[in-house]
Design a protein around this ligand. Structure first.
Ligand code: PLP
Length: 381
């Protein structure tokens, strides 16, 4: 079957996510020079709107890089060679923290859990008590590769009770999909990026630091990501290096939209969407990867027996122009992931679930049309 004419491409990945037209067109209308009063005003407005979103004491920094750049900047600026750190991991992205810390010659302790579960709080406590020299603890808000969410507040509490280590969270696929409050959660460093819930193109990453984290900046050599230099420059209204100007202009439109809707309403929608999508998968007799701690921005589903995992995502994309994410690392070919992160609305997901129903039937797994879609609609009634 050739793809039908007029089929529209739809993204159902946990990043990049669909970009609203108003965000895309803002820089086309007008792109100011980055060393101008107009740009400084917009840049500072973005930092202060983001500060409201994450509830930080200090305005976050805007970096020109993908999300991993912000993770690297955190490790580079907050650890020194030989420092003991703890990495809590349960999937591909947690392993990324571990790998960056190793590359920067930290002494890395880990608390791990199998893909699909979350690490045990008791094991985190034990690791902290056994290794009192630990200076920083790294983990994810949402482990995007398995679609589970770590209990940030509980983990932060256990760290605070047993250690004075910095608490460093990759909230790249967590922010906006879940309620987040840096000060209430006692998080010291938070990283997030443009292409997830903010619905922008990739290219900007953000780093929020608590006063304690600012005091804890290490003496490593660094250049592009020197956060002290960045903060001095950004407090005047522009990054040291040329920023992704167009993305900053789009970001301002996005953040004004987020403010108008409200972060509570946004997180609440993500929770409802995730729950409705899980209901649809179960109605289609598909098994979820996780049994609890479900992420609100992405759902991971096991590939049913008898179907080739890669063929499933390929068929969705080639026949129905619906881009779902596959599995990563040991989960490659074993799961598919549906992103419902950012500016995805209730009707978009009907198209996604319908594309999945067509695909399952095409690939020989007979499901009654509307089974998933109907369950999803009833859940959102
Ligand atoms: C998307 C994502 C990243 C960032 O990856 P980049 O490709 O560098 O933008 C990091 N951590 C998590 C949990 C993510 O979901």
């Amino acid at each position: 079957m050739d793809q039908e004419p007029f089929l529209r491409s739809r993204l159902f990945c946990p990043g990049p996510t669909p970009t609203p037209v108003a965000f895309r067109t803002a820089p086309l209308v007008r792109t100011p020079y980055h060393r101008s009063e107009e740009f400084y005003r917009r840049f500072l407005n973005c930092r202060s709107l983001m500060q409201e979103i994450i509830h930080s004491e200090v305005a976050p920094l805007i970096l020109t890089c993908s999300g991993t750049g912000a993770l690297e900047a955190a490790v580079q600026n907050l650890t020194a060679e030989g420092d003991e750190v703890l990495v809590i991991h349960c999937g591909r992205f947690g392993e990324r923290w571990r790998d960056i810390c190793k590359r920067y010659l930290c002494t890395v302790h880990t608390v791990e859990a199998p893909y699909g579960s979350v690490p045990d709080i008791g094991a985190i406590k034990t690791a902290l008590i056994k290794n009192p020299g630990i200076k920083a603890v790294f983990f994810q808000g949402t482990e995007t590769s398995t679609a589970v969410t770590l209990p940030i507040q509980t983990i932060a509490d256990v760290i605070r009770q047993n250690s004075s280590a910095l608490i460093i969270v990759d909230a790249i696929s967590y922010l906006l999909a879940h309620p987040f409050d840096m000060q209430a959660m006692a998080v010291d460093v938070v990283a997030f990026a443009s292409q997830k819930a903010f619905g922008l193109a990739p290219g900007l990453a953000f780093l929020g630091l608590s006063p304690k984290a600012w005091q804890g900046i290490s003496k490593r050599p660094r250049f592009y990501f020197d956060l002290n230099d960045e903060q001095r420059s950004q407090d005047k209204g522009v990054s040291i290096w040329t920023p992704a100007i167009d993305l900053v202009i789009s970001l301002e439109v996005c953040l004004e939209r987020v403010k108008a809707i409200g972060t509570n309403a946004i997180a609440d929608w993500h929770r409802q969407a995730a729950s409705a999508v899980r209901g649809a998968m179960q109605a289609l007799d598909l098994e979820l990867l996780a049994s609890d701690h479900f992420a609100h921005g992405v759902t991971a589903v096991r590939i049913p027996r008898g179907i080739d995992g890669k063929a499933l995502t390929r068929h969705l994309r080639e026949q129905y122009a619906a881009t779902f994410a596959g599995g990563q690392g040991p989960l490659e070919g074993k799961i598919f992931r549906i992103g419902h992160l950012g500016f995805v609305d209730r009707f978009d997901l009907i198209a996604g679930i319908a594309a999945l129903e067509f695909t399952l039937n095409d690939l020989g797994r007979k499901v009654a049309f509307g089974t998933g879609v109907g369950t999803y609609m009833k859940a959102l009634r």
